[in-house]
Ligand binder design. Sequence first.
Ligand SMILES: [Zn+2]
Length: 468
Amino acid sequence: MKRFIAILLTFLIGASLCACGSDASDRTDASSVESSTGDTASNDASKDTVSVDTPDATLTIKLKKGELATFKSDRPYDESKEDISIILVVGQSNFTTTVGYASEYKGVVKGKIDSVSSEPVIPEAGTCYSGSSGKAITVLGENNDMHKLCDASRLDKTIGGVSPSFGIKWHELTGTKVVFVQTAVGSTGVHEWTPNPKDYICECNGGSQLYSRAVNLYKNSYDTLSKNYNVVYTGYIWNQGEHEEVYGKPECQSTVNSDQAYYDAYKSMHDGFMAELGLDFGGISVARADKAGKNAKGSMNLTIARNAQYKLCHDIDNLFMISTMGETCDPSAPLDMDKTNTIHFSQATFNKLGAECADNLYKCLGLATEKAEFSGLTVYSTVADKLAEFDKDGKAIGETVVSRSLITNHVLAKLNTLGTGYTVSGFELTAADGTDLSDYVDGFGAIDWISALNGHTVTDVEIKCVIE
Ligand SMILES: [Zn+2]
């Protein structure tokens, strides 16, 4: 019941936000981009001409070259046993098994939509297994074989969402049986996933012991399965962040209300999982921006969770960004989202998302024979306006001098390819007269222009990329 009230509250708050208009202060009309005359390659030459292109400040994005270590398990290996991977599934509703097909099917029955976007993909018999939500999985048998559970003839009991396609791809890549410990819970906040949820006070009235529950379910599963199988790969996959869009408001001082607060809460969960469960990796499928997500560009708007998730993957060695597919989902497109609600992906999207997550994770672990090639970096504003683009050597492609008003208060430096090991290591801000303004840009890419502007005129900003 509490969860239902939370969902209802989420809806009501979301609706009230829509009614009073979204936060206009951070928004900049893309049409205000000033056209420029000089091309980027000749930018240095254009500096001695009087031009609006002459930047008043330079924002430098620092990249660290990728070095992928090839993962190798140090757990005991018995040739006589079969190989498995155990994947702990954590986060909000989009990583549960009841989204996608099961939800869309109910929508058809209730006459809300005409048809489902797609049936789930079905793993071969004996390859992928799913525990029931919130239960340990200790036996790999017919009753939890996803070959049976993902069959659409089970109607609203069908296991949908991300795990069927993740399982198929991970099995294909690793040859292991794939075992999902399903612990994701709809509408939950990152604070509820920390080892210390009681230290957070949130308007959601959460405080669920989701972390300890996940730890116990994983341990129970692992302890039994590891007696009968070689556990070759272990890790968790995460998709969450809509909760903080609803509750993580700056005025709510007691909850997760900033990039850093989300970062710290998440890191405590990650570090805990790694230490307590001995996992090999974590993988994040980045949360889609929901409140602004009325179209594909809206899905890419920056939020607390999204800012933090990017930085966490850059900072932590065994944590990887395994998909950004949610950023390109367009709620107005026919198949991208579950048409019975505004927040869940369609099964058609999940069928692609899971495979992409598995594929990128495999590359991140240095296991792929065909390595992912770094192909450059694109820089976006808070509201997903493209600001600048750089190639694999950090060389600018096209114009890189942009109006400060377009940069708004935060940039996203997004790697064009996942799984390369490249990371964003930091940001620097310099005034045209050489004054170092780097104190006013934080590690998440947020820029405090009000303080930085003290004594400086900054109308145009040049964006640069340096690969270290
Ligand atoms: Zn909360």
